[in-house]
Design a protein around this ligand. Structure first.
Ligand code: AMP
Length: 192
């Protein structure tokens, strides 16, 4: 079972991914977290990534693709990945399909967590104090939301065409969303 979890910044992708990982014994592949780890290494690449993330734009497809490749080809993670924050544009979606094909895998479920901009602003200002992410300020959050609307949201159509997409109301409580997602995962044929 490979799952993609979609949603604007602050939709709860990370929180829900962690829950799915625990309950279903999967691995979370968060490109945002991998990028933040790269920044912590204080390399030249890390500082370039940092300015892009803080501007609310997307890091280049090449950089992000390199970060995920090893996970996809690793037997340990085979058919056990939850993609949190990847793909974020059409090129990445096609790249992901190709990488999965090369190792005889596919996506089984795409979850779309939808939330309003008002809720996002509220959640991000709360998260600012807990996680201290440099891109969790209102100005960057709005830019990230715009990047999502313009570049990532169109991908929903791409996955709708393959019948993998399931809508989840991201305005509900964490627990309600957990229950909804569990139901969707459990309903996939052949998955126990
Ligand atoms: P996230 O933790 O998923 O909210 O990601 C934080 C930031 O990392 C995003 O706003 C982007 O700048 C960058 N990022 C994460 N995933 C990707 C991706 N798949 N492609 C390009 N940039 C990404």
């Amino acid at each position: 079972m490979n799952i993609i979890i979609f949603g604007p910044p602050g939709a709860g992708k990370g929180t829900q991914s962690k829950f799915i990982v625990e309950k279903y014994n999967l691995y979370q592949l968060s490109t945002g977290e991998l990028l933040r780890n790269e920044i912590k290494k204080e390399t030249v690449l890390g500082s370039q990534i940092s300015s892009i993330i803080n501007s609310g734009e997307l890091v280049s497809d090449e950089i992000v693709s390199k970060l995920i490749q090893n996970f996809i080809s690793d037997q340990k993670y085979k058919e056990k990945l939850i993609f949190d924050g990847y793909p974020r544009n059409l090129n990445q979606a096609i790249n992901l399909d190709n990488l999965l094909k090369q190792s005889n895998q596919k996506i089984n479920l795409v979850l779309n967590l939808s939330v309003s901009l008002e809720t996002i602003k509220k959640r991000i200002s709360e998260r600012q104090y807990q996680e201290k992410r440099s891109d969790d300020n209102e100005e960057t959050a709005i830019k990230r939301f715009k990047t999502y609307e313009k570049t990532t949201k169109p991908l929903i159509e791409y996955y709708k065409n393959s019948n993998l997409l399931k809508e989840v109301n991201g305005e509900s409580t964490i627990n309600e969303i957990n229950i909804k997602i569990s139901g969707l995962i459990d309903s996939i044929k052949g998955w126990q």
